[in-house]
Ligand binder design. Structure first.
Ligand code: F6P
Length: 334
């Protein structure tokens, strides 16, 4: 079926919201939802501040004009929140009452693991269909090769590390750079490979400290003047400060420096890849709702749109491929 064909649908009103940590590209996703839905004559409502706004009835009509001039903006025009109230049955009942008050028949949720866990429970209790779009910089969702925001986040981190490399190159220094990823090493691994790090510490590879010390010492023997080590915030070492303190006496001739990139990685204009991903998934999410799909996330697997049940997205762990982990190891030997 061509993407231009109209569907013979019964649904007339849908809502969209963003939830959990914001991610660059969420706005491009909201825009794609509103524009794709308009083609089918659907009315779209924006729910502000995630599940908390759903509970409090913070819901407004989103017209096509409301989403103009946002494709390039980071953050989310719908705001976001992590709602404790939605974890209670009373909170979810209030959220249901708000949706019914606006005659909303289907919802598109842009977020991560916590967002889809909430949607899964909500559907069991109230039977309003939800379709999810993966929006998190962490790239830790099963059912999609990439999440919206990941590409921008790694590019921000890579740009920062390129600058650190210039100053590291001018002194004898060991730099430990911490990147985000609460439970996941995707940002660390991709950033580490792309910025030519000598070491990458991520939660998916445990007890890697001794190995790191050996690798850095080998580098020094080869007259390497500086080294960059990328540390995921979720690494079992506890982060860049902890690991730097633990191993600095092994390298008395080097000054040890720590940089935590932090929330810089969550902001900024989304990359082209994130805008395209969000646009494709926003359109696919509307189509899925109109096709009567519920409790699924739309994702991109091998460049094809795939639908995966929420249950699977939230219970199946997504871990970086062994091939990529091995590659990181080989290239760090430099
Ligand atoms: O889940 C995305 C993420 O950016 C994690 O990488 C990070 O640990 C966390 O959110 C930070 O959350 P907050 O902005 O609430 O401190």
């Amino acid at each position: 079926m061509s993407i231009f064909e109209s569907k013979n649908q019964l649904m007339k009103r849908i809502a969209v919201f963003t939830s959990g940590g914001d991610a660059p590209g969420m706005n491009a996703g909201v825009r794609a939802v509103v524009r794709s839905a308009s083609r089918h004559g659907l009315h779209v409502y924006g729910i502000y501040r995630g599940y908390q706004g759903m509970i409090e009835g913070d819901i407004k009509r989103l017209e096509k004009e409301d989403v103009k001039n946002i494709i390039h903006r980071g953050g989310t025009i719908l705001k976001t929140a992590r709602s404790m109230d939605f974890m209670t049955q009373e909170g979810r009942q209030q959220a249901y009452d708000s949706l019914i008050a606006h005659d909303i028949e289907g919802v598109i949720a842009i977020g991560g693991n916590g967002t889809f866990t909430g949607a899964d429970i909500f559907y069991k209790e109230h039977k309003i269909p939800f379709v999810g779009m993966p929006g998190t910089i962490d790239n830790d969702l099963f059912g999609t090769d990439y999440t919206i925001g990941f590409d921008t986040a790694i590019n921000t981190a890579i740009n920062a590390i390129d600058k650190i490399r210039d100053t590291a190159d001018s002194h004898n220094r060991l730099f430990f750079i911490e990147v985000m990823g609460r439970h996941s090493g995707y940002i660390g691994l991709y950033t580490g490979i792309a910025s030519g790090a000598s070491g990458i510490l991520i939660p998916e590879k445990e007890n890697d400290t001794q190995h790191l010390i050996q690798t850095l010492k080998k580098g020094i023997k080869r007259k390497k003047l500086f080294s960059l080590v990328v540390v995921a915030e979720g690494d079992e070492s506890g982060g860049a400060i902890q690991i730097a303190n633990r191993i600095k006496e092994e390298f008395p001739l080097f000054e040890t420096k720590v940089t935590i990139i932090g929330h810089l990685q969550r902001g900024g204009s989304p990359t082209g890849n994130d805008r395209i991903l969000a646009s494709r998934l926003g359109h696919a999410a509307v189509e899925a709702l109109l096709d009567g799909k519920k409790n699924i996330m739309v994702g991109l697997v091998n460049n094809e749109i795939k639908q995966t049940p929420f249950k699977k997205c939230i219970t199946q762990e997504k871990i970086p491929s062994k091939g990529l982990l091995d590659l990181a190891e080989i290239l760090a030997m430099g």
